[in-house]
Design a protein around this ligand. Sequence first.
Ligand SMILES: Nc1ncnc2c1ncn2[C@@H]1O[C@H](COP(=O)(O)OP(=O)(O)OP(=O)(O)O)[C@@H](O)[C@H]1O
Ligand SMILES: [Mg+2]
Length: 316
Amino acid sequence: MAVRVRGLIKSYGNVHAVRGVDLTIARGEVFALLGPNGAGKTTTVEILEGYRRRDGGEVEVLGLDPQRQRARLKKRIGIVLQSTGIDSYLTVSETVAMYAGYYPHPRPVGEVLELVGLTEKQDSRVARLSGGQQRRLDVAIALAGDPELLFLDEPTTGFDPSARHEAWQVVENLTSLGKTVLLTTHYMDEAEHLADQVAVIAGGRIVAEGTPATLAGRDTARAIVGYRLPDAVAAPPRFGGAPGSDGLIEFAPDDLTAALHQLTGWAMDHGVALDGLRISRPTLEDVYLRLTGTAPDETDTVPDGTAGERPNGEQR
Ligand SMILES: Nc1ncnc2c1ncn2[C@@H]1O[C@H](COP(=O)(O)OP(=O)(O)OP(=O)(O)O)[C@@H](O)[C@H]1O
Ligand SMILES: [Mg+2]
């Protein structure tokens, strides 16, 4: 196991940010932590990194306690904070080389830049990089020490679609090197594309965990059949009856195969087309919204003005 967390608790004054979180992350796995703003993702991740102190619970990261064995852990993990400030006067390769210098067995700078797709920008000053390129540099810095485990807190927030797909490629490159990745994201497609396992956290508690495909019974949820008919034709009640306001007729059959056979047979007999015929199951976003919409949110919802900064006394 790369990460084992049992009963993790953390409060900031009277804000109960994390209220008994359990997590297990296997080595070589990509694990995504999903949850609304203020759910406790960054708090959890930063406790695992050794940058925040926990109030209670057991935490083991690469076999170490991040609170008591932080120095040993630091050499073996890579971190991308939710937001970072790096010295913008250096060039890209100087920056990565500087961070590599802190580690016992760094990965060669050229290889790191290749992994994150910044080879062509190696001599550019950091100040000249676009937002997406700076984020890649954040990942490059996290990779400089050739870590076993990477923490990526919202690695693609603010990226354009193609930059996000390129970032996914970076994460895939990492897993092919056998690295373990813990990421947080607000993008369901990102979790679906990258994660082996996902956990949804809301109000400081894990409310669901599983693979993206099976989370909260997604895979076994009943399929919904949808189609449209010409205005003059009415659908029999067993095939959904009256259309919704968007003209779509929907029904959720017990036996999908039989229902489709009967529906298409009925349409052929009546000489009508089933426009836009589709079969849908809940998307990851559907189950996410259901899980987080109903989850108790008892934390004080103070706007999080602390993104990327360390609490007092816990500076990097
Ligand atoms: N240093 C701090 N001092 C006081 N309260 C804090 C501090 N850091 C976080 N909090 C509070 O703890 C709760 C959890 O915050 P956290 O940053 O872990 O959420 P998050 O899931 O990462 O949210 P987001 O998606 O917005 O990044 C929030 O209510 C937040 O306001
Ligand atoms: Mg956060």
